[in-house]
Design a protein around this ligand. Structure first.
Ligand SMILES: Cc1ncc(C[n+]2csc(CCOP(=O)(O)OP(=O)(O)O)c2C)c(N)n1
Length: 338
């Protein structure tokens, strides 16, 4: 299995990205990655303490991808993702309080406590969807609506795991997006494992995007998903191409999740060596190192930033604890059932 830098990864000019974003914005993006990391750590702890029900899928290890995407593209587009959705909700404006309260199933939560961990939404995030591949047709529909309504400067970003590539809905969506010239950006977050199944036992081609994009006459980009700077540059280029050509693009971001598939998965199918190797390329540590090397950050400032994000999340835990349970009177409100 390929981990780490690879010759076929998207190449970019690091100095250009640094100059383009500047010190303040770079620190703000690192801060967001630390907020995501801290939220996941405290959310998991709350789960272990019996405060959170249902499933819990952590985004730890993959932070650079969605942070780099929103940094490059902005939050005015349509976004869809999987059940591993806490980070994208945060990046698109949901507060730590409303996310934590949703995990706790409280009335003050992002979906009033009705959705839980896998179903977060914002004005721009169409979900948080738990059916593997289920978000791909939705994202394609969102891309169609952009084109139909002639909305300028907008695209539909669809995040999926590599496991979803084996679903029919993925292929039907890419076929239509290509046929109808839709402004869709499909992002395969290839963390190499679909639950306990290795990608190379489930998917016939590797690299995935490189092969499959050819079937649908699309351009593809394969990017190092552990590198914020690479992700930023790749998403910037992808968006520019999509907006210019109104042709869909398939991105494959090579990454690693540092936890099991969900909180109840001890991940025994993965060797300790493989996990250690993956964690040596921690996206937060990589970004920190670059910023320190460029004299934009010190170790002490980094620690302070981390502690500030931890405190925000601890305050969110207290908020969730103190929040009321959904009232049985309003339980059926918003339920769309015949
Ligand atoms: C249609 C469907 N089949 C099976 C499942 C059970 N399931 C949940 S997650 C998952 C693995 C998906 O892996 P991948 O797409 O690689 O995403 P990752 O969890 O690695 O982010 C499976 C099989 C499901 N939710 N939906």
């Amino acid at each position: 299995m390929a981990i780490g830098r690879d010759k076929s990864f998207f190449t970019f000019d690091l100095q250009k990205v640094i100059d383009e974003l500047g010190c303040d914005a770079l620190l703000a993006h690192l801060q967001k990655m630390l907020l995501i990391r801290n939220l996941e750590i405290r959310g998991e702890a709350a789960y272990q303490n019996g405060k959170v029900g249902g499933f819990y899928h952590s985004y730890i290890g993959q932070e650079a991808i969605q942070t780099g995407c929103v940094a490059a593209a902005g939050d005015q587009h349509w976004y869809t993702t999987t059940y591993r959705c806490h980070a994208l909700a945060l990046l698109l404006g949901a507060t730590p309080n409303e996310i934590m309260a949703e995990l706790f199933g409280k009335e003050t939560g992002n979906a009033k406590g009705r959705g839980g961990s896998m179903h977060l939404f914002t004005d721009r995030l169409l979900g948080g969807l738990a059916i593997v591949g289920g978000q791909v047709p939705i994202a394609t529909g969102a891309a169609f609506s952009i084109k139909y309504q002639k909305q300028k400067g907008m695209a539909s970003f669809c995040f999926l795991g590599e496991g979803a590539v084996a679903q029919g809905a993925f292929h039907e969506s890419l076929n239509l997006a290509s046929l109808w010239n839709l402004p869709a950006i499909y992002v395969i977050e290839n963390n190499h494992w679909g639950m306990g199944t290795a990608a190379n036992r489930a998917i016939a081609v590797d690299p995935i995007a490189d092969h499959l994009s050819k079937s649908y006459d699309m351009r593809s980009i394969r990017v190092d998903g552990m590198d914020f700077f690479a992700c930023y540059a790749a998403f910037k280029e992808a968006l520019a191409v999509v907006l210019k050509t109104s042709r869909p693009i398939l991105i494959e971001a090579d990454t690693q999740r540092f936890r099991g598939h969900s909180i109840s998965d001890p991940g025994q199918y993965r060797s300790k060596e493989e996990l250690r190797w993956a964690m040596e390329r921690d996206p937060i540590a990589l970004m920190k190192t670059v910023l320190i090397l460029h004299n934009m950050l010190t170790e002490e400032e980094f620690r302070k930033m981390d502690l500030e994000q931890r405190d925000k999340v601890l305050a969110a835990v207290s908020f969730a604890e103190a929040s009321p349970w959904p009232s049985t009177v309003s339980l059926e409100e918003g339920v769309m059932a015949p």
